[in-house]
Design a protein around this ligand. Structure first.
Ligand SMILES: Cc1ncc(COP(=O)(O)O)c(C=O)c1O
Length: 496
């Protein structure tokens, strides 16, 4: 008999001899079968386990061949006397695993920067509560239409769909994106300038890798988008935070702080997270500086579809006379983020290097998804979805503002916005926004502090209040809870 239970499962996909091999090997490695101990004969073990003798012999043969067991002719099979020390420690105590002795992992310099990125991987999914900024009304996504288009693509013809695709993206999708960007965003481009990427994040990564050297100075909006900050830091850039006022990025402040910058990251249509639109004067000043300095502009136009009042604001790229603006779009906001599709619209001479580099990263985005998206746009579903979501989000926005006017007076200032998926609530002077945000969590409300998006101390604290992911009842309830949280925060601060 072996001195412990062996658990072989007939229902497993793993053949019996393989299961037995694995179990015995683990017993040897963990010391449950001591070196030199004798194993039962193949016949008796087969009887004990109700398996064929061949099964046991198969497992023993493998263990003998690998040196875990030793056979002594005429006297049976034994656990090897001398197992290499490191083999004995593989089991359970793999270096680097929890419980093992700590060790120094030396990441490369680049690896250390990447590993400390400010972009936090999402926690295991919890449904968004009021007022998590970011998610949209995913339950409204026209799943049936998408499924129909997907099924049609799978029915064929499949030859091209299953082979590698072009790294710049699926041709008809590049056409559809270029047509959309020209019509809806006044971007000056044709399809040959479009490179489809796996979300803006990959676009930012490519831009940073291809156009920045370690140590290069970059202007970045402050407060600003953590994904952009992370990608640029990942390329070793030196970030120069540039403040944002009611007219967007303060170009003169950037010039005063870092006139040598090689790149500037901006969200001109709807600054993230403050929501302001960059004025024409600032756009022209930025382009004029770019013309003189030869720096690159990265225009992240992440949520421009959601404008509720006034005319759509044309993209900065459409004003560009320097050929140094890179336009970045995403489907994450307007459709859904797990699709991982976005696009770069590049000056023509960057298309080739970007496509080649893209091929090295992951070759291209999944072809069938790109084809379905192209169909979704070409057949009018995209435009219809945008219209529906715009109306829904406007309604949710108005519900929030109405409730806020009743409940939040004196606690936080929230102005209606013409665009976007979240609002900024400004706290009274001197109130710490991180503390207010923690208090909101205690009351079941998610409202990240503005300071979490800033590199430098901000003149006034605020909370980000997303209004797109939850229905109107939850919005009203969330506003009530937020009022309670802010009251409690005020009381606690008064007592301190
Ligand atoms: C400023 C900004 N850009 C881009 C994105 C979208 O990123 P991705 O396309 O990688 O999902 C977001 C999403 O939150 C954002 O806030």
């Amino acid at each position: 008999m072996v001195p412990f239970a062996l658990t072989l499962r007939e229902s497993s996909h793993e053949p019996m001899h393989r299961q037995l091999y694995r179990e015995l090997r683990e017993a040897v490695l963990s010391g449950r079968l001591a070196p030199g101990s004798r194993l039962p004969s193949t016949r008796s073990l087969a009887g004990e386990l109700h398996v064929s003798r061949n099964t046991v012999m198969g497992a023993f043969d493998q263990l003998l061949a690998e040196g875990y067991l030793e056979g002594k002719v005429g006297s049976g099979t034994y656990v090897a006397q001398k197992l290499p020390e490191d083999l004995l420690h593989v089991h359970n105590r793999l270096p680097g695993s929890p419980g093992a002795a700590p060790r120094d992992v030396v990441l490369s310099r680049r690896g250390a920067i990447l590993a400390s990125s400010p972009v936090i991987p999402p926690r295991p999914h919890r449904a968004p509560r009021a007022f998590r900024p970011g998610p949209g009304a995913y339950e409204q996504f026209p799943v049936r239409i998408w499924m129909r288009l997907l099924a049609r693509r799978w029915r064929g013809p499949l030859r091209d769909m299953l082979a590698y695709g072009e790294s710049a993206g699926y041709g008809p999708l590049r056409e559809a994106i270029a047509a959309y960007a020209r019509a809806a965003r006044a971007v000056r481009c044709d399809a040959s300038q479009v490179v489809v990427v796996s979300g803006s994040q990959q676009g930012l990564d490519l831009i940073s890798r291809l156009l920045l050297d370690p140590g290069d100075p970059v202007w970045i909006e402050d407060p600003g988008y953590l994904g952009a900050r992370g990608a640029m830091l990942g390329a070793g850039a030196r970030l120069s935070p540039v403040p944002v006022d009611g007219e967007g990025l303060m170009v003169s402040a950037g010039l005063a702080r870092q006139p040598e910058a090689r790149m500037v990251y901006v969200t001109p249509s709807h600054q993230f997270p403050l929501g302001v639109t960059m004025s024409l004067a600032r756009r022209l000043a930025l382009l004029e500086w770019v013309r003189r300095s030869g720096a690159w502009v990265v225009e992240d136009d992440y949520d421009s579809e959601f404008r509720y009042a006034g005319r759509p604001i044309a993209a900065l790229q459409g004003l560009d006379f320097t050929g140094r603006v890179i336009y970045l779009g995403t489907l994450s906001k307007v459709l859904f983020p797990s699709l991982r599709l976005g696009y770069l619209i590049l000056p023509p001479d960057l298309v080739e290097p970007f496509s080649s580099a893209r091929a090295l990263l992951d070759r291209h985005s999944p072809l069938i998804d790109q084809a379905v998206l192209a169909d979704f746009i070409a057949e009018g579903h995209f435009a219809q979805h945008v219209r529906r979501m715009r109306a829904l989000y406007q309604h949710r926005h108005d519900t929030f503002i109405e409730a806020a006017q009743k409940e939040l007076e004196g606690l936080i200032e929230v102005e209606p916005q013409d665009a976007g998926m979240h609002l900024v609530g400004w706290l009274p002077e001197g109130v710490d926004d991180a503390a207010a945000s923690r208090r909101a969590i205690e009351h079941g409300v998610e409202a990240p502090p503005l300071s979490a998006y800033a590199l430098e101390r901000q003149p006034r604290g605020g909370l980000l209040l997303g209004f797109t992911a939850t229905g109107t009842r939850e919005i009203r309830e969330g506003v009530r809870r937020l009022a309670q949280a802010l009251q409690a925060n005020r009381t606690a601060a008064g007592e301190r």
